[in-house]
Ligand binder design. Structure first.
Ligand code: HEM
Length: 497
């Protein structure tokens, strides 16, 4: 952006300067100052790009790493791969098969000027704000959120009861569920999608935004450009206005039971003199609660049900575990759910086969460089660990493309290297909402499978689900048509006799 502004300023001042000068000259200029300035600045731009291209093609310090030649020249290469059909994770897997482990490949600036805790690249700022987020996800705080998660899981179950035996787009309803829960916890108001069956504007907008992230996340300079153009950014501006009003509303009225945002607001209030940037960051964090916790959870649920509909014996085994832990009429209990080994194995296997951030996250190497394994990576280089390709690599998991929950229970030999498996990230930037996400997935999966069997609603549903998955930084699941039918549990049959 700076360079575009610089060239534009150069062009304008040159054209105006020459035009003014031409009036004081004793002779008439044979050339037009405007055209002359355009030509001059154009040649400078061309020269700049030509030298960058030559440098990248021949002298760049990362050129010793294998990869397609075009990828050396510009990030347009990877953007083109992404734009093909928004399945960058597959393209990255293919590149690794062709070129080996290291392939050339900054992202955390895309939401500026607002900077959420997830986007900040300042370590001190992150660690200060992260402390508040950790309080917001403490065991005590999670207990406060539990009734809201349960209420929404109950609404989803009600909808399934009403439509049992009929085709049901479970992906759509898992999205409604996760967005309703996060709406409750971020804005203190439910989006009511589970009750109304209608998509809320917030969800539509977030999904549109994520498509742009999917296409352009390797051309980060396009984000401020889009934001600066009101024609392209009309909806984004409306959304920011909406967010400002939500924050203002919450500043005036606190909910009876705290939600995630209550913690962030109380941290903001403790600042002595909050700056404009602090306020923007608070807004960004409000948005982050809803964004980070919705698509990730919804996609995990859709993929879990896709896998269970594909693998009947695994589904039956899971239902048996649910029956043993919660014999009728016991209510589901979150702490018991967290100890169910087969349920957790199914979730682990889902996150392995369909990691919610499939193409991986960016990190910068320290300025002195770093060894990754035996390879030295120069300083200030962006590295990405592509989760999808890594979790389906047979050096780390035997039968890597197969859904085998038992690898997490009775068959540990099918895991060759557990250290590569980090679906929630690792270290101080790891997912702070992990326990909430797991609570949502466990609760809803058990609530549904306790009462219903699940099958695909038509032939061809499985391949069309797989080909419809999209990489929009987070995985987005396409429609998944299933039919839920009421279960006849062993104990019910015994009871009837
Ligand atoms: C299955 C569910 C989920 C998965 C797989 C998941 C995965 C991840 C991953 C991989 C990261 C690291 C991102 C990075 O390094 O840039 C992350 C960060 C984060 N997640 Fe989750 N997440 C899930 C659910 C949630 C939920 C329910 C919330 C609740 C709001 C949440 C909030 C966050 C936040 C705030 C961060 C940023 C943490 C930081 O930068 O310190 N996540 N998540």
């Amino acid at each position: 952006m700076k360079i575009i502004r610089l060239f534009f300023a150069l062009f304008v001042s040159l054209a105006i300067g020459l035009e003014v000068l031409s009036h004081f000259l004793p002779f008439r200029l044979s050339w037009n100052p405007f055209v002359f300035s355009l030509g001059l600045v154009g040649s400078m731009v061309l020269g700049l790009f030509a030298s960058i291209t030559v440098y990248r093609a021949s002298f760049h310090r990362l050129n010793r790493f294998p990869g397609p030649f075009a990828a050396r020249l510009s990030n347009l290469y990877i953007t083109r791969l992404s734009a093909k059909n928004l399945q960058l994770y597959r393209e990255i897997q293919r590149l690794h098969h062709t070129y080996g482990d290291v392939v050339r490949g900054p992202w955390y600036n895309i939401e500026q000027p607002a900077i959420s805790v997830h986007m900040t690249r300042n370590k001190d700022d992150h660690s200060r704000r992260r402390k508040t987020w950790e309080k917001a996800f403490s065991t005590k705080a999670l207990r406060d959120y539990e009734p809201r998660v349960k209420k929404n899981a109950g609404l989803l179950l009600q909808r399934i009861e009403e439509t049992q035996g009929m085709p049901f787009d479970v992906s759509k309803w898992f999205n409604f569920y996760s967005f309703d829960v996060m709406g409750d916890l971020a804005f203190g108001e439910n989006f009511d999608m589970l009750s109304s069956g209608q998509e809320h504007g917030f969800m539509k907008l977030i999904h549109k935004h994520m498509v742009a992230v999917g296409y352009f996340s390797h051309l980060i300079w396009t984000f401020p450009l889009f934001r600066a153009l009101p024609v392209l950014n009309r909806e984004g501006m409306e959304f920011q206005d909406w967010l400002v009003k939500k924050v203002q509303h919450r500043e005036k009225s606190n909910p009876n039971v705290p939600d995630v945002f209550s913690w962030l607001l109380s941290d903001f209030r403790s600042l002595e003199k909050p700056s404009r940037q602090d306020r923007l960051n608070l807004q960004a964090d409000m948005q982050l609660i809803a964004v980070a916790g919705s698509d990730t959870t919804a996609t995990t649920l859709s993929c879990l049900f896709f896998l269970l509909a594909t693998d009947k014996p695994a589904c039956v085994k899971l239902q048996e575990e649910i029956d043993i832990v919660f014999p009728k009429p016991a209510q589901l209990d979150v702490s018991k759910l967290s100890k169910m080994t087969y349920l957790q194995a199914c979730i682990n296997e889902t996150l392995r086969l369909f990691p919610p951030v499939p193409s991986g996250l960016q990190r910068m190497t320290p300025s002195e460089g770093i060894f990754i394994g035996e390879r030295f990576i120069p300083g200030d280089t962006i590295v990405t660990i592509p989760s999808y390709a890594q979790y389906r690599d047979e050096r780390f998991f035997a039968l890597p493309d197969s859904f085998i929950p038992e690898r997490w229970t009775a068959k540990p030999e099918l895991i060759k290297d557990i250290s590569v498996y980090v679906p929630f990230g690792i270290g101080k930037y790891a997912c702070v909402g992990k326990q909430l996400g797991l609570m949502e997935v466990r609760l809803v999966a058990s609530t549904i499978l306790r009462q219903f069997d699940v099958d695909f609603s038509q032939d061809g549903a499985a391949p069309s689900f797989l080909s419809g998955l999209r990489d929009r930084f987070t995985f987005s699941a396409p429609s998944l048509g299933v039919v839920f039918t009421a279960r006849k549990r062993q104990q019910d049959v015994v009871g009837e006799n």
